[in-house]
Design a protein around this ligand. Structure first.
Ligand SMILES: Cc1cc2nc3c(=O)[nH]c(=O)nc-3n(C[C@H](O)[C@H](O)[C@H](O)COP(=O)(O)OP(=O)(O)OC[C@H]3O[C@@H](n4cnc5c(N)ncnc54)[C@H](O)[C@@H]3O)c2cc1C
Length: 383
């Protein structure tokens, strides 16, 4: 018996961009497979809540026929408050009612349930992507197995994509900025103090080139985080992440000296489970490649950036919509043209996002935050 022919399209990664692309191909009745390193869909490596924007994330969910399902899970009463070190609220971003929030975990589940189970090959960490002598693409997994015969491999595998090196030698650069995050759950003595500050949205206290934040999650908990400048390999030097008490004390002593109790209490009462998020971005010059037949990148694989615009997931799903549209237009016989047309809008969009995220990062981490940032926003509105 001859082996089953490979589907024409392989997608690397079952994150928001990969699953969105899968869903859209499903609706176009195009055969595909998704390789995902996680063992199953319950694993969510990046926690937190995501606001889904009207003209990108929501547009994608509409195209995917999932907007009604999304609305069932989305939260619309999410205000983001920006305060100074003393708790004076400088800005309340209440106008974001067209940007409902959804937990990352719930979004993944919603997308997963929209495609047949057999489409995702779990526990399949991709090690390498290559073009074979017959012009088709192969995917090598970290366990050594190789699956070949794909017309198109779509890298939707995030910041450290295994497909990216085929189109550019560039790698993400460390921004110098990092988040340290953990949680506070209902029942924690600090919980009742957080509710009036963050509600079902977020609260940030910014000062001295760093910020404290609390973000509501759908299970009723708050993600608590600290954004700060840290050396890229800080944890290897300090080894604090696994020592909850020592890490809390380190933040309080070295980062929050002179901050009022209303804020230091956030950290004092955090629960164990700290994670570190060193924040990377691709240099914008990297987004200038020529279409390589057989390869496309979507989402963070194409344009990973710092999260200071809160648009990464929106842009990722938007990419998938545009790639799926071009595939529908040009068909499986002309995938090179489809990818080339897709890249004409994706590359400038990626450059724009990386640039704006870097700008926002400067204001968030400025010595005069949050007031300098507000002045800048006011200036933009005046001009
Ligand atoms: C701390 C932090 C906070 C953020 N906050 C926000 C926010 O509030 N709003 C927002 O819009 N964006 C935010 N972002 C950005 C957002 O998370 C990303 O832009 C978005 O997740 C990109 O989606 P993606 O599908 O392209 O990649 P990812 O979400 O990274 O998904 C990639 C998938 O590929 C899998 N994978 C990776 N490598 C391999 C491999 N070798 N083989 C097989 N599978 C692999 C991963 O397991 C994952 O499932 C944040 C990012 C960070 C780091």
């Amino acid at each position: 018996m001859s082996p089953m022919p490979a589907p024409p399209i392989a997608i690397l990664g079952a994150g928001p961009s990969g699953l969105m692309l899968g869903r859209l191909l499903e609706r176009q009745q195009i055969d595909y497979i998704i390789f995902e390193r996680d063992v199953d869909g319950s694993v969510v490596n990046q926690g937190g809540s995501l606001d889904i924007h009207k003209d990108s994330g929501q547009l994608a969910l509409e195209q995917a026929g999932l907007i009604e399902e999304f609305r069932k899970h989305a939260r619309v009463d999410c205000v983001t408050k920006l305060a100074d070190k003393h708790g004076n609220v400088a800005m309340s971003l209440e106008q974001q009612s067209d940007r409902p929030e959804i937990d990352r975990k719930v979004l993944r589940q919603l997308l997963l349930e929209s495609i047949p189970e057999h489409r995702v090959q779990w526990n399949s960490k991709v090690a390498k992507v290559a073009k074979e002598d017959d012009g088709l693409m192969s995917v090598q997994l970290s366990n050594g197995t190789v699956q070949s015969g794909f017309k198109l491999v779509v890298g939707a595998d995030g910041a450290w994509s295994k497909a990216r090196s085929l189109v550019t030698a560039a790698t993400p650069e460390y921004s110098g900025k990092c988040y340290l995050t953990t949680h506070i759950h209902p029942g924690n003595p600090q919980y009742s103090a957080l509710e009036p500050l963050a509600g079902h949205g977020s609260y940030m206290a910014l000062a001295e080139e760093k910020f404290l934040f609390a973000q509501y999650i759908g299970d009723g908990s708050y993600a608590i985080g600290f954004g700060l400048y840290l050396p890229e390999h800080w944890n290897e030097e300090k080894r604090l992440l696994d020592d909850h008490e020592a890490l809390k004390q380190w933040i309080l002593d070295t980062q929050m000296a002179g901050w009022p109790e209303m804020h230091t209490n956030f950290i004092k009462h955090t629960e164990p489970g700290w994670r570190r998020w060193p924040l990377y971005a691709l240099p914008t010059e990297a987004l200038s490649w020529k279409t390589l037949p057989g390869v496309a990148l979507v989402g963070d694989a194409a344009h990973v950036t710092t999260p200071f615009q809160g648009e990464g997931v929106n842009c990722a799903m938007h990419d998938s919509v545009e790639l799926a549209q071009q595939i529908a237009k040009y068909g499986l016989e002309n995938l090179e043209q489809a990818v080339s047309e897709y890249e004409k809008s994706m590359l400038p969009r990626g450059i724009d996002l990386i640039t704006r995220s870097a700008e926002s990062g400067k204001f968030l981490f400025a010595p005069d935050a949050p007031y300098g940032w507000m002045k800048n926003i006011a200036g933009q509105h005046d001009s």
